[in-house]
Design a protein around this ligand. Structure first.
Ligand code: ADP
Ligand code: MN
Ligand code: MN
Ligand code: MN
Ligand code: MN
Length: 338
């Protein structure tokens, strides 16, 4: 028997951006605990905008479990929030995602590292040299001193946790980075993005650095904003597809344009301007290999007979991957298969 440190992680009731919350419970297990061995737990919802003071107990239901290599006997326990009567809490966006083991998502999370109110590597006053050398850059003048250390440590923490990273890169703005996570199953990648965000936020504490997920932290300047492109496919899209089905799908995405934008992250009008490889927020378009479209269709998709995966480029860095996956699958479910 050993005492395991179970870090129960959940999302609070704040809007438009939910915050990560967590607390530790210690329990004896003979070996690393399995999901079904982890008990439900509770918390004070009146402190997280999830319940009124009078009746404040909310329930945490474990839904995914990961090793936490930063802690002896550490376990990361991703949870959904339920009401005392067993119904999903209104803040529980994960519960709205259609169950589909054959839906695959890949999220490209961009973010800034911030210290003293500015991106890492920015001078105290003014700006560093303009964008150009930072994207995929190397060297102190391009990436600064601690950014890469943070990014590398984060990658190892995620890999130790079993999170399916597919890549990382320095981004266009100084102090801006990206990681990509891919998962099979409608909730897998979204769970992993939240746990990766948790690990990054927690890691950065010791560097006195904050992670800035806002999509346009430097406002209306030429400095790039941050997105979270959502790549998606279903079994039907991968194996059958076809031009008529694809066109019907795009028509449904167009019809639901504003419903998608509503859950693609706050302040997205600052980023989706039609410039900087984006489509305007109120327009929908698709295009083959077109990074200025709402949905980019990879070359391979058309070449293989309109089959494969698609990239929705509109979700932003502060978007909630649960809501994004939920909305995309809902729109897909509205389109009949020929
Ligand atoms: P880019 O920056 O050119 O858009 P990235 O390599 O950053 O490309 O991201 C592409 C993403 O597409 C990756 O996260 C990858 O996992 C994802 N992806 C690849 N194939 C599929 C698929 N069949 N279904 C869903 N996502 C996929
Ligand atoms: Mn207490
Ligand atoms: Mn990318
Ligand atoms: Mn990118
Ligand atoms: Mn992309």
């Amino acid at each position: 028997m050993a005492k395991y440190k179970l870090e129960y992680i959940w999302l609070d009731g704040y809007q438009p951006v939910r915050n990560l919350r967590s607390k530790t419970q210690l329990k004896d297990f003979a070996s690393f605990p399995k999901l079904e061995e982890l008990p439900d737990w509770g918390f004070d919802g009146s402190s997280t905008q999830q319940a009124p003071g009078g009746s404040s107990d909310c329930v945490l239901k474990p839904v995914a479990v990961y090793p936490d290599s930063s802690r002896k006997n550490g376990v990361l326990v991703m949870c959904e929030v339920y009401n005392a009567d067993g119904t999903p809490h209104s803040s529980n966006d994960r519960a709205t995602i259609l169950d589909d083991p054959d839906a695959w998502f890949g999220f490209e999370q961009e973010y800034f590292l911030y210290q003293d109110g500015r991106p890492l590597g920015f001078p105290e006053n003014g700006y560093p040299a303009p964008q150009g050398p930072y994207y995929t850059g190397v060297g102190y003048k391009n990436v600064g001193d601690i950014a890469r250390q943070i990014v590398e440590e984060h990658l190892d923490l995620c890999l130790d946790a079993g999170i399916n990273h597919e890549g990382i890169n320095a981004e266009v703005a100084k102090g801006q980075w990206e990681f990509q996570i891919f998962g099979k199953g409608s909730k897998t990648a979204a769970d992993q993005v939240w746990v990766a965000r948790y690990l990054l936020n927690r890691l950065c504490e010791k560097y006195c650095v904050d992670v800035e997920y806002h999509c346009k932290p430097l406002g209306a300047t030429d400095w790039n904003g941050s997105g979270m492109h959502a790549n998606f496919s279903t079994k039907y899209l991968r194996e059958t597809g076809g031009e008529p089905y694809f066109l019907a799908l795009m028509a449904q995405f167009e019809k639901n344009c504003m419903e998608h934008i509503a859950v693609y992250g706050p302040d997205n009008h600052m980023r989706l301007t039609g410039l900087h490889e984006t489509q305007s927020i109120d327009k929908f378009s698709w295009g083959i290999a077109d990074r200025g479209a709402s949905i980019r269709v990879p070359h391979s998709f058309k070449k293989n007979g309109w089959k494969g995966y698609l990239e929705d480029r509109r979700p932003n860095s502060q978007g909630n991957p649960y809501q994004i996956a939920s909305r995309i699958l809902k729109t897909i479910s509205e389109v009949p298969k020929p």
